[in-house]
Write a new protein. Structure first.
Length: 297
């Protein structure tokens, strides 16, 4: 299939309830994504268009590659190691054991091989969500807390220079920015942008530092320059656009996940491709997909 510039086409009429978290794995010429509500992990192979799926033990908010070829996954009870070869999930670390109403949501890997992720209120009403960082030290996961007060924490993303972290509180329509210090601490929280249409979902950056946000209930990918100036959005034929990943041989192919969750029967009839996965070409390359660095166990 020949893809065109900023003209999304549906790769698969997948009908995910809550498709999220695409990540490009160059060695497999594939991207992985999750369907949170359906408790499934999926892989789409670009070479032949094949789809493979795995059942997860619970709702998986993110799935991110690790340096040993496995993945680190965020589930409601904490962090799990996931091995594609066996399909096995191994619980690795509890997170927020004191709040059973929260679950892990979106995440990303920065240039130093650390994962940033957020938690959220599963009922999407309390501001009980937080922002965390996880590293692997002395054979164990080390989780540190960096911000709180999120209803739906979403879209952690890091600038290509590695010095700015972006995170969303989706119901508030805000994308925040933080400065990442040399020691990995976060300072200088500020509102980077506020969406006028829809709600910010997963966020990524491209190689020029532009910020791309999936837009829930907005039918588009909303984009901003590094200074927060709006760029031309990219429209999709579905309302709930959740997140993108850059991939392909030159990192200029954009893969998009979407969702059917929350749409009425009438809306689903008008959006037959809701929950599908989409792709298009763009002129600015994305950043390489980094892997979570594991030290020697």
């Amino acid at each position: 299939m020949e893809l065109k510039h900023h003209e999304p086409v549906c790769l698969s009429d997948f009908r995910a309830v809550l498709g999220e978290g695409p990540v490009w794995i160059e060695a497999e010429n594939s991207f992985y994504f999750v369907d949170i509500v359906s408790c499934r992990i999926h892989r789409y192979c670009l070479q032949d268009g094949s789809l493979r799926s795995w059942e997860a033990p619970n709702r998986t908010g993110f799935l991110l590659p690790a340096s040993d070829g496995t993945f680190l996954a965020g589930l409601p009870d904490g962090l799990h190691r996931f091995d594609v070869k066996t399909g096995y999930f191994e619980h690795a670390c509890m997170v927020e054991t004191e709040d059973e109403g929260n679950r892990l949501n979106d995440g990303c890997v920065d240039q130093k091989g650390r994962i940033w992720f957020g938690t959220m209120d599963d009922g999407e009403s309390r501001d009980s969500g937080s922002l965390y960082r996880v590293e692997h030290r002395n054979g164990q996961l080390s989780v540190s807390h960096w911000d709180s007060g999120y209803i739906v924490s979403n879209g952690p993303a890091v600038s290509p220079c590695g010095k700015v972290l972006y995170a969303c509180d989706s119901p508030q329509k805000h994308i925040y920015a933080f400065d990442i210090q040399d020691d990995g601490s976060l300072t200088g929280k500020r509102v980077f942008a506020t969406l006028e249409k829809g709600y910010p979902d997963g966020v990524v950056t491209d190689s020029e530092g532009n910020v791309w946000s999936g837009t829930w209930a907005g039918g588009q990918i909303t984009r901003f320059r590094p200074d927060g100036t709006p760029m031309e959005p990219i429209a999709l034929p579905v309302s709930n656009v959740t997140k993108i990943a850059f991939g392909g041989a030159d990192c200029r192919t954009v893969f998009v996940t979407t969702a059917r969750k929350g749409l009425s029967e009438e809306e689903l009839e008008a959006q037959p491709q809701a929950g599908g996965i989409f792709a298009f070409r763009t002129d600015v390359a994305g950043n390489p997909q980094h892997s979570f660095v594991l030290d020697a166990d």
